[in-house]
Write a protein that binds this ligand. Structure first.
Ligand code: PLP
Length: 394
């Protein structure tokens, strides 16, 4: 018998730091896009553990690959070569046009690597005094001291002083705003192509093109944070492919290994040798079990699969808009990264609480709702989730 939900909740409250505002639900296991609490109650999952479990739960090839790799070799340091990481890096480069990969463990850590790379690229070429990175207002880049600073939201710039120097902020979709904070000390611009935590807000395509041109004009590196948008979430392997650009450096995490902790950065040829031996490292990077899981993710996310993700995203948005719920406005997003406007007079966290109580796991972002279902979700599971929305919020 698994431990009861109540017991798990009590133990967690007693022994785990209270850094998360949690919903009163414990999850024991899952199958496809369905999750179950210890008492056997079913939930439809529109969250994927915040964009991580892209293959859903209990996906057999993923379970088999992890099991086989764990039996063979569970960990090896980066002082030696291992096959799964090498193969995963090759696949990522071949599918994106990037040149090389550095593997890490979480999104914030990957972004730290990207920031280090940008500053060293500039230092190697131009010397000191050119280390500033422009990020966008309303962005989110992580919880380390430096990535909190990179995050363009004042709410994240509290408590943990002193913060890292060398960041300035511009408004999304405005070259004027970018140029107003630019200067000789800038080495890079860092963006999310769809601001995730900020409220599922896709950047304008023309702006992204103009941004890329401005970056190459000044030799600023264009850094794209694909921690949330990457690995099929938007209906392309990476969102930058939908925007028709190849960034100098891009970070990824969340969905890369389908549920195991893994992240990394990919860099183009220009940036290949910036982080040489001794400049950057992480003990668990390219862990063979995580990389074996990542290979299954890559093998599953074929071009046909990604087209399905786009179609499922469109279908889900149409179905939600057709409900005409009093609390919801328009939907937005790309692929299965869906944002829903919450109308005035309603609070997103309260709506989420009601949906979860009725068996549909959802997320909030900014003032709106955010849906990140597993990419393997079926039409029936999408319909079941939408039916819970109707029953709960009509
Ligand atoms: N960057 C983006 C765009 C994110 O959405 C997140 C997490 O939500 C992060 C960075 C931080 O990732 P992690 O929590 O894995 O450190």
């Amino acid at each position: 018998m698994p431990m009861s939900s109540e017991k798990i909740k009590n133990l967690s409250q007693q022994y785990i730091m209270s850094t998360y505002g949690r919903f009163p639900v414990a999850i024991d296991h899952g199958e496809g896009a369905k999750l179950y609490d210890p008492e056997g109650r079913e939930y439809i999952d529109f969250t994927s553990g915040i964009g991580v479990s892209d293959l859903g739960y209990g996906y057999q090839p993923w379970v088999d690959a992890i099991t086989a790799q764990a039996k063979k070799l569970g960990h090896m340091s980066n002082l030696f070569y291992t096959e799964p990481g090498a193969r995963l890096a090759e696949m990522l480069c071949k599918r994106t046009g990037e040149s090389c990969v550095f593997f890490a463990n979480g999104g914030g850590e990957a972004n730290e690597g990207m920031i280090k790379l940008a500053r060293k690229y500039s230092y190697d070429k131009y010397g000191k005094g050119r280390a500033t990175i422009i990020t966008l207002n309303n962005s989110f880049h992580g919880r380390t001291i430096t990535t909190l600073t990179a995050t363009g939201q004042d709410a994240f710039h509290d408590f943990f002083f002193p913060f890292t120097e060398g960041f300035r902020y511009a408004d999304a979709d405005s070259m004027d705003s970018l140029n107003a904070v630019a200067g000789d000390d800038v080495c890079a611009v860092m963006v999310e192509l769809v601001q995730g935590e900020g409220g599922v807000l896709p950047l304008d395509k023309a702006y992204v093109k103009a941004l890329q041109e401005e970056c190459s004009k000044h030799d600023w590196l264009l850094l794209v944070d694909e921690v949330q948008t990457g690995v099929g979430r938007t209906g392309a392997l990476f969102a930058f492919q939908q925007y028709g650009i190849v960034p100098d450096v891009c970070s990824f995490a969340k969905g890369i290994a389908g549920g195991l902790p893994m992240s990394g950065i990919m860099a183009n040829e220009k940036c290949r040798n910036v982080l040489g031996p001794g400049t950057h490292a992480t003990t668990f990077g390219a862990n063979p079990v995580c990389a074996a899981a990542g290979l299954v993710v890559q093998e599953t996310l074929t071009e046909e699969f990604l087209q399905e993700v786009q179609k499922k995203g469109e279908y889900l948005r149409e179905q939600i808009e057709a409900l005409n719920l009093p609390c919801f406005g328009k939907t937005r997003g790309l692929g299965l990264m869906v944002g829903i406007e919450v109308k005035e007079g309603y609070k997103n966290s309260e709506l989420a609480g009601k949906l979860i109580e009725n068996g549909l796991l959802v997320l909030t972002a900014g003032p709106g709702m955010r849906l990140l279902p597993p990419l393997v979700i079926t039409k029936e599971e999408l319909d079941a989730g939408v039916a819970i929305m109707k029953r709960t919020l009509a």
